[in-house]
Design a protein around this ligand. Structure first.
Ligand code: G3P
Length: 219
């Protein structure tokens, strides 16, 4: 299972990359805005910096256009920027057309804003490299985010689609662990969730005991 960080914050990416377990990064326009990035040149420079921090890892960079021609123009520029860039495209009719266009040109894509298995199927048929079901946002409206991930995993396995299931909008450790049980290929989460994965009170208590006993031994 791949771990991606869902952020555009360079310090957070650096912190996660230093652990040696980071496989990639996903960004979106909201996360870029949160970092105060303004203007095309700054956006491109920021994506390049992210790619360098996660050497070899995939970095999802989202198009802002909503029409096919605009998505193609933006996506091609993003793909040219760095070989690690995966063009993130929203789940719309123009988005699916753009994914098919990019797929034919061997430009990798991540279809975002997936809330149904049918949407995931459309993106896979168009040749998306990843689909991103939004687990937390579906739960927020009383839906079953993890159930959706399970449906998509099953459908892709039924037909041998190479599209990877990238579980997004992961809000806490149980989300992440259940995605692993279900068989999601990737989870993308905030740094806080990654850090929470380390935690258990018995780990802290056990370590404190070992340290105290080590002092007695004096080694
Ligand atoms: O990157 C998309 C997704 O992970 C957003 O998560 O927490 O804003 O619903 P969230």
């Amino acid at each position: 299972m791949k771990f991606f960080l869902d952020t555009a914050n360079l310090a957070e990416i650096q912190e996660a990359a230093a652990l040696g377990i980071l496989d990639g990064v996903t960004t979106n326009p909201s996360l870029m805005a949160k970092e105060g990035i303004r203007g095309t040149d700054a956006v491109m420079a920021h994506y390049r910096a992210i790619c360098e921090l996660v050497a070899g890892g995939d970095v999802s960079a989202e198009v802002n256009a909503t029409d096919f021609a605009g998505m193609v123009r933006e996506g091609e520029a993003l793909a040219e920027l760095h070989e690690q860039i995966v063009v993130k495209v929203p789940m719309t009719k123009d988005g699916v057309r753009a994914i098919k266009y990019f797929s034919d040109k061997e430009i990798r894509t991540n279809c975002t804003l997936i809330f149904t298995a049918g949407q995931a199927l459309l993106a896979a048929k168009a040749g998306a490299s990843y689909v991103s079901p939004f687990v937390g946002r579906l739960d927020d409206i009383g839906g079953d985010g993890l159930g959706l991930v399970g449906q998509i995993v099953e459908i892709f396995a039924n037909y041998g689609f190479p599209t990877e299931v990238l579980a997004a909008s992961i809000r806490h450790v149980p989300h992440l662990v259940e995605c692993a049980e279900i068989g999601a290929d990737v989870v993308t989460c905030p740094l806080s969730v990654l850090n929470d994965l380390f935690q258990h009170p018995l780990t802290d208590k056990g370590l404190a005991t070992f340290l105290a006993d080590a002092q007695k031994v004096g080694s």
